[in-house]
Write a protein that binds this ligand. Structure first.
Ligand code: ZN
Length: 151
């Protein structure tokens, strides 16, 4: 394992132990909500988003799951906060291609810390853990009221 991988491991463990934006938004603030679960691993997430016009003003989540799912949700909230819905959607597609097909992003800089999950593709059982939060965000932003499941 390279130092580079170690760094990513540490980042994931750090976000697992101290998830960022780990809170529900109030009823007043929350404009979009979705629940997601990954029965394969037992990961669950409840995601609240505050959208103002096209911009994601605030975002928070609660849930329980493995290190990968919690860290992925935590990093996702950090990355998409302040972005537009379209930008968040674009990141979702790049992230998805990265973990499911091992596709290197055209613009790795833009992915920032999300690159920590690039190695997840080598562990097919973990892919759903890493993408759960993103699928849930997609559902929340698109006004889907059906709970998201990775199955
Ligand atoms: Zn998991």
């Amino acid at each position: 394992m390279s130092d580079y991988d170690d760094l990513y491991q540490e980042l994931i463990l750090d976000h697992h132990k101290k998830p960022r934006n780990f809170r529900r938004l109030g009823v007043e603030a929350c404009t979009c909500h979705a629940d997601g679960r990954n029965p394969l691993c037992g990961d669950q997430i409840a995601l609240d988003v505050q959208v103002d016009g096209e911009q994601i003003k605030d975002i928070g989540f609660e849930g329980s799951g493995c290190a990968i799912s919690t860290a992925s949700a935590s990093l996702m909230t950090e990355v998409v906060k302040g972005k537009t819905k379209a930008e968040a959607d674009a990141l979702f597609h790049i992230f998805h291609a990265m973990v499911t097909q091992g596709k290197t992003p055209d613009d790795p800089e833009k992915m920032g810390k999300l690159l920590a999950f690039s190695a997840v593709g080598e562990y097919p059982a973990r892919v759903k853990c890493a993408t759960l939060a993103w699928h849930t965000l997609h559902a929340a932003l698109n006004g889907s009221h059906e709970p998201v499941t990775t199955e």
